[in-house]
Write a protein that binds this ligand. Structure first.
Ligand SMILES: CCCCCCCC/C=C\CCCCCCCC(=O)N[C@@H](Cc1ccccc1)C(=O)O
Ligand SMILES: [Zn+2]
Ligand SMILES: [Zn+2]
Length: 508
């Protein structure tokens, strides 16, 4: 009898606790604050629109057809890069004949344009792109990677998404303004590195030194980065534009094992290949810590929770309860996994000289993209702990720390938010940029660095970046041009934007 009473009490207590939790979840879900300030009245009038005519399309196609491939810092197609310089000059005659626009060359191949505004009291900003592209294996593409084939509503080609579309987009926007007799009010720069894909140490680094040596700081910097993600963020009913407010660091390690070589007919217990392979499998099977809910993605979720389907809203609005579950869900897909942890990619493995020789050495390269909550030293220490084998030696081939986290209450962020919303009319949110950009070299020039390319991409299209069949929708390239056009205009009325945000999206 007594036992039954105790069990009944326990059951009632559990039901009460469950009830409290359910009520708490419901209340949190329905009262979750909407952090997304919307600009309801910012329709773009026709006069504010730059059509993608045949001339502009051909400018872009010709740029894609110039194979500005870099494979290492000393191995770029420098002839092609100079060809691209010429094409840029031929495509934008007003820019190159203007008496208030200066073209500066760095390290023979990197370009910086300075557009002097009429009001020198306004702090300058910078738009960043790059001239170079990664290689492409033509045999694996549907079309020649450097043909700029137009089909199925796309322009195919290496560099259409990474990142000649922003390079020509910003130039077309400025040329259009000049053609309308609109001299910009605010001074801004356009930087175009020639070696971004191989570190930027010759190009962007020289541009950074130019600014530092003159004591020039920048109000904000907009570089390539995150995108308008279509169907990528779980639970989102619409595409969402992600502004990279920080970028991951990077560490590329070479792991090696050396043993006494010998005849394959008399192998010792373990070979260099076997020892190293085991170590690499350990790294691959032991991912770094899942920081879900502790990094910039928490801010991202706060911005978009109310735009999600109800089940996802219940989960995302109640991270206190469902955080561990969502952390595991984010870990399941490469795109979202890259947001929540330091990633580990085994990218090279070399060993052996002949089929009947026990190889003296085996080498492997691992590329880590480091989450802002870790450092290069942390990652190295953790890797060694995972491998736990002193025969495996490690050498740092290259490394740089994660960037600082830029604020979301800056003029620069508001200008990007507004410009994105004008063109795409989708929710806009801050996020962690999962790769890297030349802006890593500019962190001393501005606190407000944002990594965003106006690329409207689904998961399949995203795979084209550094992959096969890279392609941009023709409409998206037109949007890219107009994004930069509105960014330049919005940058000249940023004071209004702040009041609009502060007043909660009234008229601009
Ligand atoms: C929770 C939200 C869902 C997340 C969706 C993820 C969306 C991904 C968006 C963009 C990813 C595409 C990146 C395109 C730009 C890549 C730039 C690049 O290739 N950078 C190089 C730079 C580099 C660094 C060091 C040495 C050589 C090159 C890179 O990162 O490898
Ligand atoms: Zn790239
Ligand atoms: Zn790029």
């Amino acid at each position: 009898m007594k036992t039954r009473k105790i069990l009944s009490l326990i059951l009632k207590s559990l039901l009460l606790i469950l009830g409290v939790i359910i009520v708490a979840v419901i209340i949190r879900t329905v009262t979750f604050p909407d952090a997304q300030p919307y600009f309801e009245k910012c329709k773009v009038s026709d006069s504010d629109f730059i059509p993608l005519n045949d001339v502009r399309l051909q400018h872009f196609r010709t740029a894609i057809q110039i194979p500005t491939v870099c494979t290492s810092i000393d191995n770029c197609n420098f002839t092609a890069i100079l060809q691209l310089h010429d094409h840029i000059q031929e495509s934008f005659p007003l820019i190159h004949s203007s008496n208030f626009i200066q073209r500066i060359l760095f390290a023979n191949y990197t370009l910086l344009y300075r557009v002097e505004g009429t009001n020198s009291t306004l702090p300058p900003y910078m738009l960043v792109s790059h001239l170079d592209v990664v290689p492409a294996k033509a045999a694996e593409w549907q079309v020649d990677p450097f043909s700029a084939t137009v089909k199925e509503g796309y322009i195919f080609g290496r560099g259409t998404l990474d990142v000649k579309q922003t390079l020509f987009g910003m130039m077309e926007a400025l040329e259009f303004r000049l053609a309308k007799g609109q001299r910009p009010i605010r001074t801004f720069y356009m930087a175009m590195g020639h070696d971004e894909e191989v570190s930027g140490l010759r190009g962007a680094k020289a541009v950074a030194n130019y600014f530092s040596s003159r004591g020039i700081t920048l109000d904000f910097i907009s570089d390539e980065g995150m995108v308008v993600a279509d169907g990528i963020l779980p639970g989102m009913q619409t595409p969402v534009a992600l502004i990279g407010i920080a970028e991951k660091g990077m560490a590329t390690f070479e792991f090696s094992v050396s043993v006494t070589p010998g005849h394959a007919s008399m192998p010792a217990g373990e070979t260099s290949i076997g020892i190293l392979s085991k170590a690499m499998v350990s790294l691959e099977q032991n991912p770094h810590e899942n920081f879900f809910g502790k990094g910039p993605e928490r801010l991202l979720l706060e911005y978009v929770v109310n735009k999600m389907t109800l089940p996802h809203r219940v989960l995302m609005a109640n991270l206190w309860l469902f955080g561990p579950l969502i952390a595991r869900a984010f870990a399941l897909k490469p795109n979202t996994n890259a947001i929540i942890r330091t990633t580990t990619a085994l990218t090279m493995f070399n060993a052996g000289v002949k089929w009947n020789v026990i190889s003296s050495t085996a080498k492997a390269v691992v590329n880590h993209r480091i989450h802002p909550l870790q450092s290069v030293a942390d990652v190295l220490k953790i890797d060694k702990k995972i491998i736990q084998d002193d025969r495996v030696k490690v050498k740092i081939l290259s490394a740089y720390e994660p960037s600082p986290i830029s604020p979301t209450d800056s003029d620069g962020y508001r200008i990007l938010h507004q410009s994105i919303y004008q063109i795409f009319e989708v929710p806009v949110a801050p996020a962690l940029f999962i790769a890297s950009s030349d802006s890593k070299h500019f962190v001393k020039l501005s606190k407000n660095i944002y990594r965003f390319a106006p690329s409207f991409l689904n998961s399949a299209e995203l795979k084209g970046i550094h992959g096969n069949n890279e392609k941009i929708k023709i409409k998206n390239y037109e949007q890219t041009i107009n994004f930069y056009y509105h960014l330049m205009i919005n940058a000249e009325k940023s004071a209004n934007l702040k009041s609009a945000f502060d007043k909660g999206h009234q008229d601009l």
